[in-house]
Write a protein that binds this ligand. Sequence first.
Ligand code: HEM
Length: 421
Amino acid sequence: MSSDSANAQPAPGGFLGWLDKRFPVIDTWNEHLAQYYAPKNMGFWAFFGSLALVVLVLQIVTGLFLAMSYKPSATEAFASVEYIMRDVDWGWLIRYMHSTGASFFFILVYLHMFRGLMWGSYKKPRELLWMIGVVIYLAMMATAFFGYLLPWGQMSYWGAQVIVNLFSAVPGIGESLSTWVRGDYVISDATLNRFYAFHFLLPFILVGLVFVHIVALHRVGSTNPDGIEIKKGPKGNKWSDTAPADGIPFHPYYTVKDIMGLVAFAAIFSAVVFFTPDFHHLFLEAPNFQPADPLKTPPHIAPVWYFTPYYAMLRAVPPIAASQFPGVVVMFAAILILFFLPWLDRSPVRSMRYKGILSKIFLAAFAVSFVVLAYLGLQPASELHTLLSQIFTVVYFSFFLLMPIYTKLEKTKPVPERVTT
Ligand code: HEM
């Protein structure tokens, strides 16, 4: 974006002037906010990135306060969470904001990723931006997995036991790998301590990744529901003769819009925190209100809802020679395949608006399969659930694996010159 005077923050005097002479405050503000032109038609679906950013900060702040009273030891962890809930001033609120924040973080990022699938936000020149996003998603899952053990409840303990045991399915090195991850032969105090260390470290890595993510975004610019590159379109708008005609300055227009989104989000978030923090046992599972008991296996073990689509896929693949390794491969493939999306999509157009009916059907089937698998992963294993999981796992993968074919075959609609509002 070439810069010019309109909407630019003038050189300040006083302390800000002194600071700006020594650090590029105003230039950064102008380049990334006041004179960063974003498509003027980025509606509802553009809320989720900035909301995810807010929740990341919320998780770090509430996490820091929890860390001040939490005890990362197998004998004290459960009691320390009880102590936070009952005796620490506003401890219950900080804990519920953190546990609710974890689920909302995934809700926002899943909507953010789905927006990327609808707008074709992974297609050239945004391949790297998308792949950084997938790395963020993996780091979020690792953070949530490590954090899930910390309350040391029954589901924390047995959930971690099941997932870490999956490493032992890796041929040849499995046993030593899972022992290495646990730091012991079973989930124990050693596991809890190292998981706590990772759960503390990873959010700061996430902050770094999100910074890189937004720098990458500002390099290529945002796309929009039409999938049109506004930078390649006509120039000149009321703020600048050189800026894209279909662009508006990010500040104040999208900052005000994002603040409006934040207010609506805060209302929903508060309603859950104050009135239903366990959210029908989806955000906080009932068995996790009992301390971990290595001698008592719960009748049904399931991870938190944001992992269950992959857990359902794991359970859908029958073991071969009593090894769960094929299931582990399918589970990880379901996430890693996201990296290849920019090259699987052979369509000449970006946005679902102008793609053909096949793309729309496969995207809808993909979304349904993800939600159904999430539900199935929460249920106790049964023949029917396994069969349904197998069917929807195939539907999930067909969205990706058949994409090079149906995006090439289908007839697309002409993309307009200018963005539509
Ligand atoms: C901590 C999690 C994340 C945060 C805070 C975040 C933040 C953002 C922000 C602020 C934007 C610009 C506003 C918007 O368009 O929504 C954005 C855009 C984008 N993000 Fe993320 N993001 C996160 C995770 C992800 C993930 C997991 C992916 C994909 C796997 C992803 C892919 C993208 C793409 C492709 C865009 C460009 C969208 C477009 O212009 O079409 N992001 N992100």
